[in-house]
Design a protein around this ligand. Structure first.
Ligand SMILES: Nc1ncnc2c1ncn2[C@@H]1O[C@H](COP(=O)(O)OP(=O)(O)OP(=O)(O)O)[C@@H](O)[C@H]1O
Length: 748
């Protein structure tokens, strides 16, 4: 590790690095001017067919591409002003050392020759690759093979690296450097400053958003990031081991290594909550990648967005595959309010079909078709049944005439509209607000004590106009059974009319009343104020499919949620991140089975993370002790950082808000960043005002919503109640106790 030097020396080193960073930016400005004319062509080439060069840092195409990509990225995100510096690393490599180690001629990667010696090479590492007019690399993309020693070199295996330096910048200004020495003694011309970049990064205060770790990725993390894109990559490890951040860097790496496949096929990242997606949303843009889709479990469908959670018991009923019996029967059953009898004169013959006949036809059609795409099949089958009901045998001509008339008959057409309507999958769930219907369709697959609470949850949806997070997977399941809702021909016409009308704006017509969709039957304008309308807003299409699916906090997906995510990754490779000891889904075996089904028989590779980078050792020891009591086989990592401050255990007074306020006030003085008050539902209302403390630095949050998040400090309120209220029990408490980086106060 490095030794501290006098500030003068640090200033000189910073000035050296600043000169290089300036040069990179000058070059980029030039490249920017050039890129304007070639960008479109260059990007097109990247997407269609120059993949051969990727992975070869020497390839001219790579750098050309990178400069172009950078240009695009610059326009989109202004990497340097919003994030932490385009150039963040420097390697000083000694090729003689490398030759001695390998017994061969170096690795031949593109290099910047150092004037001080033939064998010395300086290599700069950055968020994207840039080269100068002579195609000399000024910065190498962190994902290129030539950047790999930056992450993999260790004093035991230096890979030719003498000194690894991390540059810290603000905007385009270098404000600090931190060195790690890979050889026992630095050569005289190499100054070593700082105590190592990792510790410096870990000690910093936490903001509202997760930061990338591109400057300090550790060797074992790098292996998972650069692992093969094929099959299923599982990343496990205890709290704070960097699973999430590693997985996100892996997404950026996959885009780099096979841009054509992953940009056009898409990468989907699924996380537990909206708070989680908001927390991680900066990481990929800070690496220059914006094409990844982030979705919380309540947001997987395009038209339903929800954060509302069911009670644990109802969520458990909805998450289990047992509910599929109910959903299947509901989809195959009668549409409530559909007519139960058909009567008409067809081809001069009186036809009468009773409920029994109608049911038989429906069952027969649904054995072979999805309801929403089977209207024609249902009408034809009904015609056959109608003819049979007349009891006429052997008269083929009469039958043909009858079926011809049947096809165009107005009574039949209007009957079909009521009997075989297009069904939105969400309506099926609303039918289940009736407990009698739930009981009938469940056919014993649900316990009696599950039925009324389940039905009540759909009545609650009808009252509030909101779905729950667990409902989303049910809607998706029903949608897969029903098939896509077919748009009525009139609606299509309405749609075109609107488009045509929109053209009128060119002629000065500014306000357009769309013909159909903006008016309800009673003529009132369509404003989604009715809960039912809110619940059914938008159209549920076919699920999008992705080339790669990344699931974080995978231990929490219910079996039904695995099926939902699985529908989006049927042809995908996967990265799956989780820690069983933090699970809130109680039935691990059932979830595992659903997960296996989603993965299919693809090859597996596994990576295990065992260093906790988040929690100070004192905080993590406390949490580990708690979880070990009930989960003896929990995967417990080693925390790397100490603060010398033990968690503070205090009594929760009768006035809970006063107790929490005192604790928060004290923490506000000790840390600079975000503080969370993690409270069970029982105290949530009383503690809401605590969010007003500390100028937006304090958040009051329930334990489940803290999954994947972290803070400088936390106040964990009533830990016993936290484990009592959740079916995950102590595991959820363990999550709550592992969110703080620097300070934790527990109010028992
Ligand atoms: N190599 C690294 N350099 C700097 N910081 C790191 C590194 N690895 C991890 N961290 C930091 O450690 C913290 C925990 O990382 P992360 O949230 O990815 O862990 P996790 O394993 O997903 O945790 P949990 O399971 O508790 O949600 C983050 O602040 C992350 O930035």
């Amino acid at each position: 590790m490095g030794t501290k030097r006098i500030p003068d020396e640090l200033a000189r080193e910073i000035a050296v690095e600043q000169a290089h960073v300036d040069r990179v930016h000058q070059e980029l400005e030039k490249a920017g001017l050039r890129a304007d004319s070639v960008q479109a062509e260059g990007l097109a080439r990247t997407q269609f067919g120059r993949q051969v060069e990727i992975g070869d840092a020497e390839g001219a195409g790579l750098f050309e591409r990178d400069a172009l990509m950078f240009h695009a990225a610059k326009r989109r995100t202004a990497l340097d002003t919003q994030y932490e510096g385009l150039v963040f690393g420097r390697l000083d490599i000694d090729h003689a050392m490398l030759r001695a180690a390998a017994g061969s001629e170096g690795n031949g990667h593109g290099s910047v020759r150092d004037a001080s010696g033939e064998d010395r090479e300086v290599r700069y590492i950055g968020r994207l690759g840039v080269r100068d007019d002579d195609y000399e690399p000024l910065v190498i993309d962190w994902r290129a093979p030539a950047a790999s020693p930056f992450y993999r070199a260790t004093p035991a295996q230096p890979m030719g690296v003498i000194r690894r330096r991390v540059l810290r910048s603000r905007g385009t200004t270098v404000i600090g450097v931190e060195d790690d020495l890979m050889v026992p003694e630095a050569p005289d011309d190499l100054v070593v400053v700082g105590d190592g970049a990792l510790m410096a990064a870990l000690t910093r205060s936490r903001g509202e958003r997760m930061r990338d770790i591109v400057a300090t990725i550790q060797a074992h993390q790098d292996e998972a990031i650069r692992a093969s894109a094929r099959g299923i990559t599982e990343i496990t490890g205890g709290p704070g081991t960097g699973k999430t951040v590693v997985a996100l860097h892996r997404a950026a790496y996959l885009l780099y290594s096979d841009r054509r496949r992953f940009e056009s096929g898409g990468i989907l990242v699924v996380g537990p909550s909206g708070a989680y997606t908001a927390y991680i949303e900066r990481v990929l843009p800070s690496l220059g990648e914006e094409s990844v889709i982030l979705r919380a479990l309540g947001d997987v469908l395009d038209v339903v967005h929800t954060e509302r959670l069911d009670s644990p018991a109802v969520a458990r009923t909805k998450g289990s595959t047992r509910i599929r019996t109910l959903l299947g029967a509901a989809v195959r059953g009668r549409v409530p309010e559909a007519p139960t009898e058909f009567r008409a004169m067809v081809a001069g013959r009186p036809v009468r079909l009773e409920a029994r006949d109608l049911d038989r036809v429906r069952s027969q059609v649904l054995r072979q078709h999805q309801r929403n795409t089977a209207t024609a099949a249902a009408q034809a089958a009904l015609g056959e049944a109608a003819w049979t009901s007349l009891g006429i045998t052997g008269d083929r001509e009469a039958k043909e005439e009858f079926l011809d008339k049947w096809e165009d008959h107005l009574d039949v057409e209007s009957f079909m509209q009521d009997w075989w309507p297009q069904v939105d999958p969400r309506e099926v769930l609303l039918w289940l607000a009736d407990p009698a219907l739930v009981r009938r369709h469940a056919r014993g697959s649900l316990r009696e004590d599950e039925i009324e609470p389940l039905a009540a949850s759909f009545r609650l949806a009808l009252e509030t106009g909101t779905w729950s997070v667990a409902d989303v997977a049910l809607i998706d399941d029903v949608a897969a059974r029903l098939g896509p809702v077919q748009e009525a021909p009139q609606e299509e016409r309405g749609f075109y009319e609107i488009e045509e009308l929109e053209d009128l704006s060119q002629y000065g017509v500014t306000e357009v009343q769309p013909v159909r969709s903006a008016a309800r039957d009673d003529g009132a304008p369509l404003v989604l104020t009715q809960p039912r309308e809110k619940l059914l807003a938008g159209r549920i299409g076919k699920p999008d499919e992705y080339a790669h699916v990344l699931v974080d906090e995978a231990q929490d997906l219910s079996p039904m949620q695995w099926r939902m995510v699985g529908r989006r990754g049927r042809y995908a490779s996967w990265t799956v991140v989780g820690d069983a000891a933090q699970a809130s889904w109680p039935d691990a075996a059932e979830a595992a089975a659903a997960r296996e089904e989603a993965f299919g028989s693809q090859v597996r590779q596994q990576f295990h993370m065992d260093t906790n980078y988040r929690n100070a050792r004192e905080i993590f020891d406390f949490a580990a002790q708690v979880v070990r009591r009930e989960v003896p086989d929990a995967d417990i990592p080693q925390a790397v950082r100490e603060t010398g401050v033990e968690p503070l255990e205090l009594r929760l007074g009768a006035d809970v808000l006063a107790s929490v306020t005192d604790a928060v006030q004290s923490l506000l003085e000790q840390v600079e960043g975000a503080i969370a008050v993690i409270t069970p539902a029982a105290h949530a209302a009383a503690l809401a005002p605590a969010a007003e403390l500390g100028d937006g630095r304090v958040q009051v949050i329930d334990p489940m919503s803290t999954k994947g998040l972290e803070y400088d400090a936390t106040v964990v309120v009533d830990p016993d109640e936290i484990s009592r209220e959740s079916p995950g029990g102590i595991r959820v408490l363990y999550v709550a106790l592992t969110r703080a980086a620097h300070r934790m106060t527990i109010l028992s």
